[in-house]
Each structure stands twice: as structure tokens, then as C-alpha cells.
Design a protein around this ligand. Structure first.
Ligand code: FE2
Length: 140
């Protein structure tokens, strides 16, 4: 069972000018984690198995929108770790595409889904936290 949410891994304080945007991003993180958990629920219930493809498609769309929003703000403020952060986004999206391929093949995705969930929470707690701090000092 999932044990942590995106908001639980959020930095305790993101003050100043970064606060509103950080809140928007955290709302988007909550949607991402919520869709991952919804997908896990679908996988564990024969009754909801038909929803797997649609929920996964929603997760991919939501992740693309979120990462694009972050990338635009990073470029706007010339975030120095933009390239590293962008690579993390691409790796996560590639992981989601791999899940889609596995679903199409009829292969199990429970374990890689939970692996992606853990990676996303780490990314939120570490990479995004660094970005929030940067915004706090450079975009205020
Ligand atoms: Fe993020």
C-alpha cells in the first residue's frame, strides 16, 4: 500500500515570491500521486481493470503538463540546474511510456509503478525543493 503523498514530502517552508507557484506545483504533484494510486487500485481490482489504460493516459497527460509548467518557469528564471531537472522529467515520462507498453503487452506493471512512485516522491522532495528555494531567492 502507498504510504506517502506528494504533499508530505514537500519542503516545510517555501516563503516569499516562490510560495504561490510552489503551491500550484504541489497541487499538480498531488494529482500525479493520486493518479498513480488510482492506477494501483485499478490494477488490484478485476472490476476496475478496464480503467487502467485511461487512468494511465491521464497520468501521462498530467505529468507532461506539470513538467512543461516547471520547465517554462525554470527557463524564465534561468534556473542553473534546468538541464538536470529536465532529464529527470524525461526519465519519468519514459518510465510512464514503458508502463503503457507493458499494459499493451499484457505484462504486469505493479512493481514498476511503485518504483516510479518512489522516484517521483524523491524528485519532489529533492529536485523540486531545490527549485523552490531558487525561486524563493531569485523570483521574489
Ligand atoms: Fe515537480
Amino acid at each position: 500500500m502507498p504510504t506517502a503523498t506528494a504533499r508530505e514530502s514537500r519542503p516545510a517552508q517555501v516563503g516569499g515570491g516562490g510560495q504561490p507557484q510552489a503551491d500550484i506545483f504541489d497541487d499538480q504533484h498531488d494529482v500525479q500521486i493520486g493518479l498513480i494510486d488510482m492506477l494501483a487500485d485499478c490494477l488490484s481490482s478485476a472490476r476496475r481493470m478496464h480503467q487502467v489504460e485511461e487512468v494511465l493516459a491521464q497520468l501521462i497527460r498530467q505529468s507532461e503538463i506539470h513538467f512543461l509548467s516547471e520547465a517554462l518557469l525554470m527557463r524564465l528564471h534561468e534556473f542553473p540546474n534546468y538541464e538536470d531537472h529536465r532529464r529527470e522529467h524525461e526519465e519519468f515520462l519514459a518510465g510512464l511510456e514503458d508502463l503503457r507498453c507493458r499494459v499493451n503487452e499484457g505484462s504486469p506493471i505493479e512493481a514498476p509503478l511503485q518504483d516510479l512512485r518512489r522516484k517521483l516522491l524523491t524528485y519532489i522532495a529533492e529536485q523540486d525543493r531545490a527549485f523552490y528555494r531558487f525561486l524563493d531567492t531569485h523570483a521574489g
